[in-house]
Design a protein around this ligand. Structure first.
Ligand SMILES: NC(=O)c1ccc[n+]([C@@H]2O[C@H](COP(=O)([O-])OP(=O)(O)OC[C@H]3O[C@@H](n4cnc5c(N)ncnc54)[C@H](OP(=O)(O)O)[C@@H]3O)[C@@H](O)[C@H]2O)c1
Length: 287
């Protein structure tokens, strides 16, 4: 697919300092008119701005170092966007993070960051940018979710639930906007080698460092995602193997999924006990 569909557009990319977001900026740079890049690491955004200006000297690039966990800063950024007169044609809600490990052992700051960035910031940005799309009579929203959103996933419980929200919200919003000229597409990748896994990992031991059969190169994920937006597709799961796995997962009823989770637990050697095993032992001693 050529990216010509996006010719002259104004694009806002969140999470543009790394991985998938940075690749969106690189692939769109030759054709779009203006780009607004958002992430916390300003030096990365500045370097990307210079790189994009080499690809397309006519491109207007704005970057904002913004922590999407902070609602007040995000609201100020949206106010600036409105005042600047930059009407966003393509909103790419890409910023996100994960956390790998049991919820009971999690760090609240990281859990809270997932809720704020993956859910709240994505929803709020959409809420603030939609009116200008409605005014200009067209627009496209691309929300980056994950295959993890298709089922509850122990050890990434909050991340998977946050992505279930993104997928559900995107599908419902798409349906609401069908009579307008505003499209909504949700991208649900499987593993992509970016900084994502090192952010999600709690210890070096559980990192995904080597590509496997379902790992897709970031360039291909982005290429296919942009093609899906251009064709007004509702959802993209990059890679045929992953599409087949997701279809299977969706067909497996919840009671069978629970059985699989239980088997996994048993393999880890965690037997089920009484609710209060200490009291149970005392009662036995009285009998
Ligand atoms: N890689 C995968 O395997 C995979 C699979 C499925 C879905 N995804 C999804 O794809 C999206 C992009 O992930 P990625 O793989 O490109 O990961 P990445 O390389 O870690 O990039 C994440 C981006 O999000 C930004 N971000 C994180 N927290 C932020 C905050 N508080 N405020 C502002 N920006 C923040 C980061 O920028 P700063 O750190 O500079 O703020 C960075 O630019 C995420 O939504 C992720 O859930 C990834």
């Amino acid at each position: 697919m050529s990216t010509s569909y996006f010719a002259g557009c104004t694009v806002l990319v969140t999470g543009a300092s790394a991985g998938i977001g940075r690749e969106f900026a690189r692939q769109l740079a030759p054709v779009v008119g203006s780009m607004i890049l958002v992430a916390r690491r300003a030096e990365r955004l500045e370097a990307l701005q210079l790189e994009l200006k080499v690809i397309n000297p006519d491109l207007e690039v704005f970057y904002r170092a913004l922590d999407l966990r902070n609602h007040d800063d995000l609201a100020k950024f949206c106010n600036w966007l409105e005042e600047s007169g930059l009407a966003v044609d393509l909103l790419i809600n890409n910023a996100g993070l994960g956390d790998r490990g049991r919820f009971i052992d999690s760090d609240w700051d990281k859990v809270n960051a997932m809720l704020r960035v993956n859910i709240e910031a994505l929803t709020y940005l959409t809420y603030r940018i939609l009116p200008s799309m409605r005014k200009s009579g067209c627009g496209a929203i691309l929300n980056v979710s994950s295959v993890a959103g298709f089922a509850p996933v122990p050890t990434i419980a909050v991340y998977a639930a946050s992505k279930a929200y993104v997928t559900s919200f995107s599908e419902a919003l798409r349906a609401e906007l069908r009579s307008s000229n505003i499209s909504v597409t949700v991208l649900c990748p499987g593993p992509v080698l970016t900084e994502f896994d090192s952010v999600a990992a709690r210890s070096g031991a559980d990192r995904l460092t080597t590509p496997n059969v379902v790992t897709i190169p970031v360039q291909r994920v982005v290429q296919e995602a942009l093609a899906s937006v251009a064709r007004d597709r509702p959802r993209l799961i990059p890679g045929i193997v992953l599409q087949m796995i997701v279809t299977l997962v969706l067909f497996v009823p919840m009671f069978l999924k629970r059985l699989i989770y239980d088997l996994q637990l048993r393999r880890e050697g965690a037997p089920r006990t009484n609710l209060r095993p200490d009291l149970g032992a005392k009662m036995h001693s009285h009998i």
